[in-house]
Design a protein around this ligand. Structure first.
Ligand SMILES: [Mg+2]
Length: 96
């Protein structure tokens, strides 16, 4: 697979991740959440992917949304465990 192809896929998936984060903004952030809580949420979201996939013939967008939920929870775990700290500093330069 050429990098051009997956860069477009990542961009599309990122948009869905952001939409899902905005839709769930009312729940508050994740900074105060524990690893164990988020781990449980991650497993719940994986189950939601499986449920959505059962209906993928009629609702492909649902599968994508649930996959984005998984990615968002995984991102939150990476964040609270400090794995994004260095990436944020490097990314800040690119965002200016
Ligand atoms: Mg979900």
């Amino acid at each position: 697979m050429g990098s051009k192809n997956y860069i477009h896929k990542i961009a599309s998936f990122r948009e869905i991740m952001l939409e899902r984060l905005r839709a769930n903004r009312w729940k508050g952030g994740w900074k105060g959440e524990s690893f164990h809580y988020l781990q449980g949420r991650l497993l719940e979201e994986v189950i939601e992917v499986a449920e959505a996939a059962r209906h993928r013939e009629t609702n492909k967008a649902w599968v994508a949304r649930e996959c984005a939920d998984v990615a968002n929870i995984a991102m939150m775990i990476a964040d609270i465990t400090g794995g994004l700290d260095n990436k944020e500093k490097k990314g800040e330069k690119g965002c200016q």
